[in-house]
Design a protein around this ligand. Structure first.
Ligand code: CP
Ligand code: NVA
Length: 308
């Protein structure tokens, strides 16, 4: 079974194959109306369940549109309207869904739920974000970097803020794609010790630099994300703001990066909190290209999952 659960479980060969395929599918349908089928309708007669336990704009619409372009049929399901984990085990839901659909995309809270679904499903499962990771986002980000700047290998990526799910997937990607990754944030929001140890064991070029100015020097890619994620306690907001305000990506900080550096944010953004509007809409920003590339890369991921 070819599940797409986390970047660290994939081979570099499969990951680069997916990126190449995504780029080709993107180029092949340039300027066509968005509802045009891709040639051969490779998902024809396939039904894809898109299950959301958390809100979503990009993941929801890009998977839905992607399935349609591939000639398949998307089925949007809200976790709150299902028996998912409440009144029915995840393993039973996995076995039932597998009888109806050909592929499952799940956005959930605990990664344990995702792994339970994958373990008991007889069709492939794709991770559409958990509290711990967001691999589809990072695949879109690498695709975006490489289409604008060439190979990400050996480049310097700097992450400002909280060591959240998106950061974790960047860390896993640093090993697979061989780029260096700097985390710049307050000690209280450092990556967990086991992740730092694991990065060391895997010889990932990873460092923590709490001085935003030295962290951003020579950066090729600067990334940040909301200071309070969907799974965080909203009451933490004020505290987080106090801890993170020194790590805001603003025009002054961005001007210290390599002048060709790209700025990324997975969105949704909280303008003038983690990044200023000047940066989000500035000349280095590629935030809407990242969002678009979610569509292309997820189509390639779905096709990889369903390939022999
Ligand atoms: N970046 C991302 O996954 O956005 P959504 O939460 O809107 O899906
Ligand atoms: N870290 C964010 C990403 C949203 C796409 C969250 O989990 O809320």
């Amino acid at each position: 079974m070819k599940h797409f659960l986390n970047i660290n479980e994939m081979s570099t060969e499969d990951l680069t194959g997916i990126l190449k395929h995504a780029q080709k599918m993107k180029t092949d349908r340039l300027d066509l109306p968005k509802g045009t089928y891709d040639e051969g309708q490779p998902l024809s007669q396939h039904i894809v369940a898109l299950v959301f336990e958390k809100p979503s704009t990009r993941t929801r619409t890009s998977f839905d549109v992607g399935v349609r372009q591939l000639g398949g049929q998307p089925m949007l399901l809200s976790g709150t309207e299902m028996h998912l984990g409440k009144g029915e085990t995840i393993s039973d839901t996995a076995r039932v869904l597998s009888r109806y659909v050909d592929l499952i995309m799940l956005r959930t809270f605990e990664s344990q739920t995702l792994y339970e679904m994958a373990k008991h499903s007889t069709v492939p499962v794709i991770n559409g974000l958990t509290n711990e990771s967001h691999p589809c986002q990072i695949m879109a980000d690498i695709m975006t970097f490489e289409e604008k700047r060439g190979s990400i290998k050996g480049k310097k990526v700097v992450w400002f803020g909280d060591s959240n799910n998106v950061f974790n997937s960047f860390l896993q990607a640093a090993e697979k794609f061989n780029f260096s990754l700097i985390f710049s944030g307050p000690k209280e929001l450092d990556p967990p010790k086991n992740l730092i140890k694991n990065a060391k064991n895997l010889k990932i070029d990873f460092k923590i630099d709490r001085d935003p100015i030295s962290a951003i020097k020579d950066a090729d890619l600067v990334a940040t994300d909301t200071w309070v994620s969907m799974h965080d306690n909203p009451e933490e907001k004020q505290n987080r703001h106090n801890q993170l305000k020194a790590f805001q990506v603003n025009e002054e900080l961005m001007s210290k990066a390599n002048h060709e550096a790209l700025f990324m944010h997975c969105l949704p953004a909280h303008r003038n909190e983690e990044a200023t509007s000047g940066v989000l809409d500035g000349k280095n920003s590629v935030i809407f290209d990242e969002a678009e590339n979610r569509l292309h890369v997820q189509k390639a991921i779905m096709r990889w999952c369903l390939s022999k």
